[in-house]
Design a binder for this molecule. Sequence first.
Ligand code: SAH
Ligand code: F3S
Length: 474
Amino acid sequence: MVAVSLVSLDSMDSTESTERTANAVLEPPAASAATQARSLYVETYGCQMNKADSELIVGLLAREGYRVTDRVDRADVILVNTCAIRENAEQRVLGRMSELNRFKTANPDLILGLCGCMSQHLGDRIIERAPYIDLVAGPDSYRRLPDMLRALDAGSEPALSLTWDRAEHYLDIDPVREAGVNGWVTIMRGCDKMCSFCIVPFVRGRERSTPHGEVVRQVERLAAEGYREVTLLGQTVNKYRDGEVDFADLLSRTAEVDGIERIRFTSPHPAHFPDRLIEAMAASPKICPHTHLPLQSGAPETLSRMRRDYTPEVFLDVVRRLRERIPGIALTTDIIVGFCGETEEEFEATREMMRTVRFDSAFMFKYSPRPGTASHKRLADDVPEEVKGRRLTDVIEMQKSISETRNRAYRGKTVNVLVEGRSRRDADKLFGKTDAFKTVVFPEREGIETNMIVPVRVSGSTPFTLFGDVVATA
Ligand code: SAH
Ligand code: F3S
């Protein structure tokens, strides 16, 4: 047995917090005779897609005989899977790469590699800026990693692979998953939406859907491994299409998999939300009553400059239909403040929309111009930094107060919690999530273990967490 750890540093939340996630103990596949067991350390920044890609990278390299370590100082290969969505995400990674370079003093054979969106975005310029980086691989190039690592071991120059491959789904590679109660399943790669602020289409390439048979196979595999929850991942999951099978069909098919009790997905796009999809969500109790629906802005003019393909009315209509058909559904969102040309009136329209919808929670960001995107090329980043800062603080405060009221309404209710483990803040307590994606903390009790679904009566709350006690079951 070997301890497998994918270190995950989440840069997608509003506070840009640094979070290290769980360890797992997994049986590694047998090392091929030709490869000595080299140790691999993978560090992940950014969204769930990146976490899922890191699990894929580990699956791919484990197959080649690499052993994963959670000790960065013992690694022969360090791969950093990166995010390019905002400039500060890139700055953080550059700082981290220079820190990791220090391990080369003790181990001159150490290979230091950069994977993911930032690799694709910066290309060979990254090696000019950080010449100690040995390997750069974009999101469609992971299949080349074993060859690139072999060439580096043989003494080659820094290796770069940034080709796009529209046919690449990594179908034959079984991810080695991070420990946890939720299994990620990538159902789409890339994005064709081209929102004017967004770098994703430029770094992750064209949109493509994983064949539905493969999605179901992966979900069945997760069920067989004991997972009770899956999250279907893509940049615009509700645009999923494989022949006749659309996203509503895919949800229904995954809901038929025995053993899986909770199905989540992220993120849908507000412009692609037909009643058919809402019906499929409502029809299965396994499909969690939570939708992350990125709003970005509440002003029609800003949405149009953002090329978001919907108006505030269309967004509100999706919210109305979801709430009508799925009572109690939790809605979360993403907001960008200070986008090019955003006036006080436009910003006020975003606040108004947040007050109207009353999201359960939100990720909120200051607009960050990304070279190569339409807004960077054609629109002036003309909202002063201090105005962006003030608007961000403003929406964060407002959302905090909405989340506080929403969570308070859970007091006195009993919710079903999928237990994830021990609370980080309080070792005597356990934590988990409700189907509506609320984090719940409660005192430990004999017989309650990770991966169980237990009823918890909520007695306290903050804007971010519910607190309670397990209700005795007969
Ligand atoms: N397709 C995904 C979006 C991925 S990016 C989805 O719809 O959820 C995640 C979020 O980052 C976006 O929703 C947006 O709010 C934010 N974001 C993307 N580009 C940004 C930029 N240039 N500046 C600030 N925030 C950005
Ligand atoms: Fe980005 Fe818009 Fe696609 S936010 S990921 S271009 S849906």
